[in-house]
Design a protein around this ligand. Structure first.
Ligand code: TXA
Ligand code: MG
Length: 336
């Protein structure tokens, strides 16, 4: 159900949820200071309570109402990348809802770069918590239509057109001493963060459990199976294996479709080909996976981009879309 800006503001103020556009993906928004409204996000998404939410604020000055510390490193990152696809995880003030932060000591904040949502924050005078507007573990929405397909047409949606970035924000946690760590890759790369922060990410000795427990920021909600189409996904590091798997699937009288990145050989099934550039692939990624999913074939064959830093975010989402079953399923197919 599409709603106007004024209606969306009224809905938020009455403690209900509304889907909103951002430059990354659509979010399912509720008043970040109202626990019962926040519970409705978790219920609508069928999301576990220990997966905290990102608070969307209208400008950098509002950070001070949420955090106990806004270290210089984080200020520089916010000044450089906001409004934009960067989420900062910072030490939370006591008043910040425990529902919102899943009992973490931190709160995640970002200023989204979308004129409609910035206008909504201004009009309502609220800060809104908003996870991606999809059912837990499913594909994120990048259009109002995706939201309605995933959550149902009864959910109110503020239509702001297709999302320009196309995948979720980069999440960076910054400790009071300025140490930082990448919690989720996004289109703002780890190298860009390091450049602006003026220091490399915090180095954690993963062999030392005590060290891990005390120093590693938690990354709740980063399930291996996430961002998934309903159709099972096989991932491929090279085109020849993908073409071979397509042949094997068709020999077994099953159907498949493929997502290819860049030029090269084509398998003999329905294909969708994306230009070999990270920004273009990110922008089209979920839309293309939604379209491939709608074909209702038995299997989706997905080509992974190279394992290089500029592709980190796209590879992260595709790997999660593939889930943990992919390797064993793929080897079954290829060995046929
Ligand atoms: O681009 C985005 O970030 C989109 C748009 C709507 O803003 N939102 C989004 O939200 O992707 P969601 O809930 O699907 O993912 C948020 C991630 C989750 O993995 C969550 O666990 C993590 O952020 N997160 C939230 N608060 C956190 C905290 N205090 N500490 C660590 N991780 C946190
Ligand atoms: Mg999500």
């Amino acid at each position: 159900m599409h709603v106007s800006l004024a209606q969306a503001s009224t809905i938020l103020k009455s403690g209900e949820v509304v889907a909103i556009p951002t430059e990354t993906v659509y979010g399912l928004a509720a008043d970040a200071s109202n626990d019962s409204a926040l519970q409705k996000i978790f219920a609508t998404k069928q999301r576990p309570a220990d997966h905290p939410l990102i608070v969307h604020i209208g400008n950098i000055n509002q950070v001070y109402s949420w955090v106990t510390d806004f270290p210089e490193t984080a200020v520089k990152l916010a000044q450089t990348f906001w409004p934009g696809p960067l989420t900062l995880v910072l030490p939370a003030q006591d008043h910040v809802s425990r529902v919102l932060r899943g009992n973490e000591a931190t709160v995640a904040l970002r200023v989204p770069n979308h004129p409609t949502t910035l206008a909504l924050l201004e009009l309502s005078g609220l800060s809104v918590a908003a996870p991606s507007a999809n059912l837990f573990t499913q594909l994120s929405p990048t259009t109002a239509e995706h939201v309605e397909m995933g959550l149902g047409t009864h959910v109110p949606v503020l239509d702001g057109g297709a999302c320009a970035v196309g995948i979720e924000s980069t999440i960076v946690s910054v400790a009071s001493n300025g140490n930082w760590q990448l919690l989720r890759p996004g289109m703002i790369s780890e190298a860009e963060i390091a450049l602006v922060a003026g220091r490399p990410p915090m180095n954690v000795d993963k062999t030392n459990r005590n060290n891990l427990d005390t120093l590693t920021p938690k990354v709740p909600g980063q399930h291996l199976l996430h961002y998934s189409p309903c159709t099972s996904v096989y991932l491929f590091n090279n085109r020849a294996d993908l073409v071979h798997a397509c042949e094997a699937i068709q020999l077994a009288n099953q159907t498949c479709a493929a997502l290819l990145i860049g030029d090269g050989d084509k398998p003999s099934c329905k294909i969708m080909r994306l230009i070999n550039q990270p920004q273009e692939v990110a922008e089209a990624l979920y839309r293309t996976l939604h379209e491939l999913d709608a074909l209702q074939v038995n299997q989706l064959l997905v080509e992974l981009p190279p394992d290089t830093p500029i592709w980190a975010a796209v590879r992260d989402r595709l790997t999660r879309a593939g889930g943990s079953a992919t390797e064993s399923l793929r080897s079954q197919v290829i060995s046929k």
